[in-house]
Write a protein that binds this ligand. Structure first.
Ligand code: NAD
Length: 269
């Protein structure tokens, strides 16, 4: 099965690192024109390096700096993308972070930062993407759908996470944001789904895999007995962005090596 996303324009938020980089490379390999979003001056070089590698491999796109929690910056990213590439066909709402704390020590700033980036950022980008999909309508030369949104959620949209209450609440919010959008825009042929990664080896969770002991502990939670890689998520993003998944909308798909299969029940419960 060869999937082509040729000429489709994809915005990938938080693509200067980790899963976002993996998704940008996978979409570009399938032929999409990619917008490698990053958040600040600090991530500029990393984003440029991602685009450089994509171009070396025959792909195309641009880098765009935008803090997804800032409405005006999100508007600017969509308007620049549309003026440069004509439209937006695919949005991957990936940007996210953790600000972990014991609940009684969690500050309002910790709470707001996570909600602003992980949830409000996904709302703002999805809103602008859907406006553009509706303006353009279906272009059957590219896809039978009017547009595709892929939210990057987490296994923590179903697994509660002590010590990470703000993060788990943000991903629980992403689940119902995604499902409500799939419901609201299904008739217009806009498909909206979530990818829920388990443990993927990126900077966000370095302490969970950087030492041999930490990795051994982590693997106890993963029936498939390996940590995930960004391309595991990238492969699924390509499928969800393509017409091969045309009857899939409103779904949360887990890429977690079986983490959500209750591990304790493997010994009979
Ligand atoms: P990462 O830290 O490597 O990447 C996060 C990216 O988001 C970075 O590029 C960062 O610059 C960007 N970002 C942060 N704030 C931003 C903002 N305001 N505007 C734009 N971009 C911003 O981490 P990752 O593991 O690649 O995480 C990517 C997504 O995957 C996140 O939503 C995270 O919650 C989710 N996720 C990761 C794992 C995992 O195990 N790595 C598991 C489940 C879910």
């Amino acid at each position: 099965m060869e999937i082509s996303l040729k000429n489709q324009v994809a915005i990938i938020t938080g693509a200067s690192s980790g899963i976002g980089t993996g998704i940008a490379k996978s979409l570009a390999k399938a032929g999409a024109i990619v917008v490698v979003n990053h958040s600040s001056e600090h991530s500029k070089d990393e984003a440029e390096a991602v685009l450089h590698e994509i171009k070396q491999n025959g792909g195309s796109g641009m880098v765009f700096q935008c803090d997804v929690s800032d409405e005006n910056q999100v508007l600017a990213m969509f308007s620049e993308t549309i003026s440069k590439f004509g439209t937006v066909d695919i949005l991957v709402n990936n940007a996210g972070l953790q600000k972990d704390a014991k609940f009684t020590e969690m500050t309002v700033k910790d709470w707001d930062t996570v909600m602003d980036i992980n949830l409000k950022g996904q709302f703002l980008c999805a809103r602008e993407a859907i406006k553009e999909f509706l303006r353009r309508g279906i272009d059957t030369s590219k896809s039978v759908a009017c547009g595709k949104i892929i939210h990057i959620s987490s296994v923590h949209e179903v697994i509660p996470w002590a010590g990470h209450v703000n993060y788990a609440a943000s991903k629980g919010g992403v689940k119902l944001l995604m499902q409500s959008l799939a419901q609201e825009y299904g008739a217009q042929k806009i498909r909206v789904n979530s990818i829920c990664p388990g443990a993927i080896q990126t900077p966000i969770n370095e302490e969970a895999w950087e030492t041999k002991e930490a990795m051994e502990d982590l693997l106890k939670l993963i029936p498939y007995d390996r940590i995930g890689q960004p391309e595991d998520v990238g492969n699924l993003a390509v499928f969800l962005a393509s017409d091969f998944s045309d009857y899939i909308t409103g779904a949360s798909i887990f890429v977690d090596g079986g983490m959500t299969v209750l591990e304790s029940f493997s010994r009979g419960g």
